[in-house]
Design a protein around this ligand. Structure first.
Ligand SMILES: Nc1ncnc2c1ncn2[C@@H]1O[C@H](COP(=O)(O)OP(=O)(O)OP(=O)(O)O)[C@@H](O)[C@H]1O
Ligand SMILES: Cc1ncc(C[n+]2csc(CCOP(=O)(O)O)c2C)c(N)n1
Ligand SMILES: [Mg+2]
Length: 350
């Protein structure tokens, strides 16, 4: 059993509580008001340092969704998760303050949603059904407990969207916020949709938003306000989780989620499959809201966690997908016949 939480029962609101404007302008205008709202609560629970490690765990794990796949959830040395298929799909992704998000740009609820979404999308990109998350949470002791609770509200809600549960995790004091999330999934007897199955003659198709998170991040980085749908796309991706099942049913030969940039991620399919991928930019949906650099955001912007896949010519994807190109013999990715100079995000190249 878990030790009882030391803290007061949470009085936080279950609402999202995020605004739509830019959190900071170049002059820092409105920061105080923004900072208060983004702390995610009233500070009634105090800091996580005051709550203590086990008080915090007790508070964070209270009320989490618990699906049938999680046979034993938070509270023991490890969780027990069902693996009906006999194989477990497993993936892990870090979300690091200053690298993936900033606390003056994003509220805790959105950061929680994003941490879950980027992992759940990877499970779905294997053609699997997400079952459980394990959540490593590092934060300074001075962090408001309400902030941490709101983050877990976001994690829990994103899990609900994908039909998964939080099975366990770890908390640790650290100089900044880091979330290390591991997601598990079940293939339900199906074959995994790997990156290596694309064949010459296949069509290439995408599902979900592309370029929105990148355009939103660009606005935030420049300290500019802009359309809420862009700013929020940076804060919180909304992967169309149904894409995995759709791709599988349609006979997809390869699938991945677009996390680093469409061209770069298609390059992973091209390399793993030993093929060339040709993208026809005229087929890409570039909504006006993305602004003058819209095509660049669509081609190279990451973090929307839409899906890209390849499909045999005789079994095309359903209408919810957009066909954007074809698979040929050869290697690499071409856009309108040319090798693009920008492809996407690289953590070590800036
Ligand atoms: N530190 C590591 N140790 C072992 N394998 C790793 C490590 N980092 C990445 N990998 C593996 O390399 C592959 C590509 O990793 P990557 O993180 O780029 O995944 P992705 O789905 O393309 O992008 P994202 O990070 O957005 O999920 C994955 O199979 C991953 O498990
Ligand atoms: C504060 C801040 N600075 C920069 C970015 C942009 N960014 C960070 S990681 C990434 C690609 C996916 O990463 P991963 O491969 O780790 O999933 C992108 C486009 C951001 N979101 N926040
Ligand atoms: Mg991925």
């Amino acid at each position: 059993m878990l030790r009882a939480a030391a803290g007061v029962r949470g009085a936080h609101s279950a609402g999202h509580g995020y605004g739509h404007g830019v959190r900071t302008g170049p002059d820092g205008a409105g920061m105080d008001r923004v900072a208060k709202r983004e702390r995610g609560g009233t500070g009634r629970m105090g800091t996580i340092g005051e709550l203590g490690e086990f008080g915090l765990i007790g508070r964070l794990t209270r009320g989490l969704p618990r699906g049938a796949d999680v046979r034993l959830g938070p509270g023991d040395d490890a969780a027990v998760v069902a693996a009906p298929d006999g194989r477990v799909v497993a993936t892990t992704d870090l979300l690091v303050e200053g690298r993936h998000f900033r606390r003056d740009w994003s509220g805790p609820y959105d950061i929680g949603r994003k941490a879950a979404a980027q992992n759940l999308a990877d499970v779905v990109a294997m053609g699997a059904r997400p079952t459980a998350l394990l959540v490593g949470f590092a934060a300074p002791p001075s962090t408001d407990a309400d902030w941490a609770v709101r983050l877990y509200d976001g994690l829990a809600d994103e899990c609900r969207r994908a039909g998964a549960s939080v099975a366990g995790g770890d908390v640790v004091g650290a100089p900044g916020i880091t979330l290390a999330v591991t997601a598990l999934g079940d293939l339900g007897g199906g074959r995994p949709l790997t990156r290596s199955g694309a064949r010459p003659g296949d069509v290439v198709a995408v599902r979900g938003r592309l370029g929105y998170a990148s355009a939103g991040w660009a606005l935030l980085a420049e300290g500019r306000d802009g359309p809420p749908e862009l700013l929020d796309a940076h804060r919180r991706p909304e992967p169309p989780y149904e894409a995995g099942a759709e791709a599988r049913e349609a006979g997809a030969t390869a699938l991945l989620d677009v996390s680093d940039g469409l061209v770069q991620d298609l390059g992973h399919i091209a390399a793993a499959s030993g093929v060339r991928i040709d993208v026809d930019s005229a087929t890409l949906v570039v909504p006006e809201v993305l602004g003058p650099d819209g095509l660049r955001h669509v081609l190279t912007g990451g973090e929307d966690h839409g899906f890209a896949g390849t499909f045999p010519p005789d079994s095309p994807p359903p209408p919810s997908w957009t066909v954007i190109g074809s698979v040929r013999e050869g290697d690499g990715v071409r856009v309108d016949g040319r090798v693009p100079d920008a492809t996407g995000w690289d953590h070590f190249r800036g």
